[in-house]
Ligand binder design. Structure first.
Ligand SMILES: C[S@@+](CC[C@H](N)C(=O)[O-])C[C@H]1O[C@@H](n2cnc3c(N)ncnc32)[C@H](O)[C@@H]1O
Length: 158
């Protein structure tokens, strides 16, 4: 699997703990350093060995992965989404930290990142979104699952 927006590595860590190999892509240099440090602190060597960090921009790296890694099981996309102003509770601490680290960086349009994931020709693309967010692009997801806090849009690509 590929976590194309690794952030602090929460999702990549869960996927690796479930037994999958994960290629974790992150473009922000500060987060790449934090991810590297967190990787070294993973207590279970088998879980740590399943995670490979790949610094860089997923939009450039994803289309090349089909050549280097063959058919990927899934690509996970969790781009930063804006804070929900109507909520009184603060977001979880890792998300607060991410927002502080990346607050100067303008949000990218989602369409090109999603297209880059499709270009890697994986079996499945998973996109994490706010629950009320509009669908991205003109290719509707195969299905969506969600809660009050977030929604996963999934494209099954065969
Ligand atoms: C919301 S965070 C991801 C959180 C992550 N799922 C976790 O569990 O910690 C989004 C991250 O995606 C990264 N990002 C956004 N666009 C990217 C891109 N095109 N290539 C690589 N990283 C990207 C941002 O730098 C940020 O660290």
């Amino acid at each position: 699997m590929v976590d194309a927006t690794a952030g602090l590595g929460g999702d990549a860590g869960v996927v690796a703990a479930l037994g999958h190999e994960v290629l974790a892509i992150e473009r922000d240099p500060d987060l790449v350093r934090l991810l590297g440090e967190a990787h070294q602190r993973i207590r279970d060597p088998e879980v740590a060995a399943r995670i490979t960090l790949l610094p860089g921009d997923a939009m450039e790296l994803l289309p090349k992965l089909a050549e280097t890694h063959g058919r990927l099981l899934a690509i996970i996309l969790d781009p930063m989404f804006p804070p929900r102003r109507s909520r009184s509770a603060l977001p979880p601490k890792p998300m607060q930290a991410l927002r502080l680290l990346l607050e100067d960086r303008p949000a990218d349009p989602l369409g090109p990142l999603l297209e880059a994931a499709f270009a890697a020709r994986p079996r499945r693309v998973l996109l994490k979104r706010p629950p009320e967010a509009p669908l991205v692009g003109d290719r509707p997801p195969t299905f969506s699952v969600g809660s009050k806090l977030l929604r996963w849009d999934a494209w099954e690509l065969g």
